[in-house]
Design a protein around this ligand. Structure first.
Ligand code: NAP
Length: 399
């Protein structure tokens, strides 16, 4: 294509984009922004987790109620009101009460303020939701589309943190680490009780369900362990460059995929196509004694079915940090489930994506999203989940 015709087609793309209300820069579509009339005097509500003493001692715990993403002074200097709370359940919660006249809602996946369709009806002024982190399934996205509420997240902000947590979880399950450490704390020493269920990663078949940002980082980190094979299950094949770099084989049928893996890691978003995907039926197709790591979303797995599979030995271990309800109730089966040898549980609270390094990134990303919004600038396309009245990502919504 000549330079002239290339610029002519770029111009044509710009005209088409302008007609659709989008803006383009160097051929890249920039996500639209809202003209909300005024960029001062807005009410911003943030639902964050309580940091307690730890947050007082550690100012880098930016994602906590105490440290408020580090944006209070900045917001108030511009004349905005900023309410921060961890109280999020029920009609008397600060979240539900303050939502009624909120313009901008900030939430985090670690202590999700569940923004249901019903709650959206109570918030006529709500125009923008920002997820401080990655994963916006705690928001009724279809309702947000209908109400023209934009939903943005800080895409990529914690993907390395999660990928490292996945690696740790795979290793601790396969090497039977948790029962070994518990034995030491009990004052005991019986190597054979641990070694009877400890293995190496080398030589195993390892697969990721979802080969997006996190899935690809996990594959990259697994490769030096010399697995027998790396597999992935995703809607689309990896790019030629990634396929070559990662050396992973795509399996297009889900049951085929799970039946070939010794170890499976879940790295897909929670949406109607993945909710309850790992249930008793799918688990029956797993290799007997497989290990499963889920740092994506708890509700992708059916909690009782996973606990039952661990009990029967269909699973040798399950680890992750995400739960179908957060905070998880004290009697949640995943807190206490065990395999028949009394191990195989690597569950922790939801924190893989909220390391101090990740918090610095998602706090800065949240501020940048707000800054662009206040100034009427286009948002980074990768951050936009729901734009003005439509999905801007393939990750959620109808496929
Ligand atoms: P991403 O880059 O969007 O990658 C997700 C991948 O999963 C995409 O390739 C997507 O395909 C694929 N996918 C979607 N539905 C699938 C299905 N039914 N079967 C197979 N593959 C499917 O997202 P990411 O940054 O890697 O994050 C993945 C998820 O991890 C997030 O959505 C979030 O829920 C979770 N997460 C957890 C934490 C934590 O702290 N535990 C932190 C960050 C993220 P398409 O692109 O074609 O849709």
């Amino acid at each position: 294509m000549s330079v002239l015709s290339a610029s002519a087609s770029a111009l044509k793309r710009n005209i088409v984009a302008a007609a659709r209300g989008q803006r383009m820069l160097n051929g890249r579509t920039l996500a639209p922004t809202v003209n909300h009339g005024s960029s001062a005097g807005l009410k911003v509500l943030a639902v964050l987790y309580k940091g307690g003493e730890a947050a007082k001692q550690e100012p880098r715990l930016l994602g906590s109620v105490e440290n408020q993403l580090g944006i209070r002074e900045w917001l108030e200097a511009q004349g905005h009101e900023y309410i921060v709370t961890d109280s999020k359940e029920g009609p008397d919660s600060v979240f539900q009460k303050e939502l009624k006249d909120t313009d901008i809602l900030i939430t985090t996946p670690f202590h999700p303020g569940y923004l249901t369709r019903e709650l959206i009806k109570t918030a006529p002024r709500l125009k923008l939701c920002v997820t401080a982190g990655v994963g916006s399934d705690h928001i009724d996205l279809d309702a947000a589309v209908e109400r023209e509420i934009q939903v943005l997240e800080v895409t990529g902000s914690n993907v390395v943190s999660v990928a490292e947590h996945v690696m740790m979880s795979i290793l601790l399950l396969v090497h039977n680490f948790v029962p070994a450490h518990e034995m030491i704390e009990r004052g005991e020493w019986q190597v054979s009780d641990i070694a009877r269920n400890a293995f190496d990663l080398e030589g195993k078949v390892i697969g990721t369900l979802g080969a997006g940002r996190i899935g690809r980082l996990v594959l990259e980190r697994l490769k030096p362990f010399n697995p027998k094979e790396l597999l992935y299950y995703d809607y689309a094949p990896l790019s030629a460059e990634n396929a070559e770099k990662l050396g992973a084989r795509r399996v297009e049928d889900l049951k085929e995929f799970v039946s070939q893996c010794d170890i499976i890691t879940i790295n897909a978003p929670l949406h109607e196509g993945t909710r309850g995907l790992v249930n008793a039926d799918l688990l029956s197709h797993f290799k007997p004694g497989a290990w499963l790591v889920n740092t994506a979303r708890g509700a992708i797995c059916v909690a009782e079915d996973v606990a039952a599979a661990l009990k029967t030995g269909q699973l040798n271990g399950y680890a992750g940090d995400v739960w179908n309800v957060q905070p998880a109730p004290r009697d949640h089966p995943w807190r206490h489930m065990k395999n028949h040898l009394g191990g195989g549980n690597g569950m922790v609270p939801h924190y893989s994506g909220t390391t101090l390094d990740a918090q610095a990134r998602y706090a800065a990303g949240t501020k940048e999203i707000l800054e662009r919004y206040f100034e009427g600038k286009a948002q980074e396309p990768a951050n936009v989940i729901v734009g003005l009245g439509k999905y801007e990502t393939k990750s959620y919504g109808q496929r």
